[in-house]
Structures are given as C-alpha cells and as structure tokens.
Design a protein around this ligand. Structure first.
Ligand SMILES: [Zn+2]
Ligand SMILES: [Zn+2]
Length: 193
C-alpha cells in the first residue's frame, strides 16, 4: 500500500542545488495568476502534516520551506491575495480564486519572525532545496487523512525516502522555539561545554 504523501516526494527526493539563488512562484490560476519572486533559495524545506499548510488535492502532506521575508516580493496579482486566518501565528496569504497559498508571514513576536513560508512546487525552476524531513505526522490522523492504524505505514514510507519523521517540528526547530521562550523568560542557560 502506498500513500499519496505529496507528488513532489512520492517517487523519491530530488536534490536541490546549493548555489541556486531563487526564482518565481505562481498560483494555479490560468488567467492573471498571482506571482511572487524569491531572491534566495529556501531552507528547512519539509513535508508538513498540519491542518493549516496548503496541500495539493489528494496529498496527505504540504511541502513547505522558508525564506527571509526580505527576499520575497509579490510581482503580480497582489489584489487577489487574502489572509486565510488572520488569528493564526502564520498569516497565510492565498489567491482568492484558486485558493493556493502563496506565502505565510508572521507579524508578531515569535521565534520564526522574519521568515516567510512558501511552497516551491509553485515554481517551474529547478534547484530549490530538497525536502529535509516530515513534521506533524500524527496531525494527519486528526484531519481524517490517515487512519490511526496506517500512521506507522505512512512513517515507514517517509523513512524509505531517507527522511526522518516527527510529530511536531524537527528537534532543531523545536529547540529554536524553546531558546526564544527561555530568552524571553530570562532563563536561557549558558552552555558549560
Ligand atoms: Zn490563483
Ligand atoms: Zn504545516
């Protein structure tokens, strides 16, 4: 049994090009699509099983990476963008016609402030960073995308791709959030190493 994790990774992971320096992304509208331009490659690219990230129809996961917000600009169709949920930490900007999410932006104090969330499958260019890991795998059960009994099969399929799977973010990103909180609370411990 094979799951439709996401078309970009179903048949294996194709490596990105570390020297690739960005490109343009566009929504699914045939006429006057919304386009954005990125002046850098993405990082922390991952498969995300949360309920908020945009995924193509039929896929269990979203594929999402980040860029510094200064590297992102909307190059056309800005008037078609709307914020999907303005109460969410990540304000996801989507096209009101095709509903594709162009970018997510954080406007409050947060460990990931300054990073925008993007889906590079919306680009024709090649060289974007490859998928690094899978996050929020158990959340796919919550959304009725995966049966509880199937979750470990999904994890197995992801591991076969050479990716680690997590039920939150990766340890590095969870640590970054925790460091932010510890600093805010004035308790960040200095390393004795
Ligand atoms: Zn559109
Ligand atoms: Zn997500």
């Amino acid at each position: 049994m094979s799951f439709n994790l996401h078309p970009v990774i179903n048949n294996g992971i194709s490596k990105g090009d570390p020297s690739f320096s960005g490109g343009s992304l566009h929504c699914h509208c045939k006429a006057s699509p919304v386009t954005i331009s990125l002046t850098s490659n993405i990082s922390h690219n991952h498969a995300c099983g949360c309920s908020k990230c945009w995924k193509p129809s039929g896929a269990i996961f979203s594929i999402v990476g980040v860029v510094p917000r200064g590297s992102l600009s909307v190059t056309s169709g800005n008037e078609k963008l709307f914020v999907v949920d303005s109460t969410a930490v990540i304000r996801r900007h989507a096209c009101k016609e095709c509903k594709v999410h162009l970018f997510g932006r954080i406007e409050q104090e947060h460990a990931f402030y300054g990073l925008d969330f993007v889906h590079v499958e919306l680009s024709e260019e090649k060289g974007w960073q490859e998928v690094q890991f899978a996050a929020f795998v158990s959340s796919t059960i919550e959304q009725g995308l995966v049966a509880a009994e199937e979750a470990d099969l999904v994890r197995g399929q992801i591991k076969k791709l050479g990716l680690e799977t997590y039920d939150a973010l990766s340890p590095g990103l969870m640590d970054a959030i925790a460091v932010f909180t510890a600093k805010k609370n004035g308790v960040l411990r200095e390393s004795k190493l």
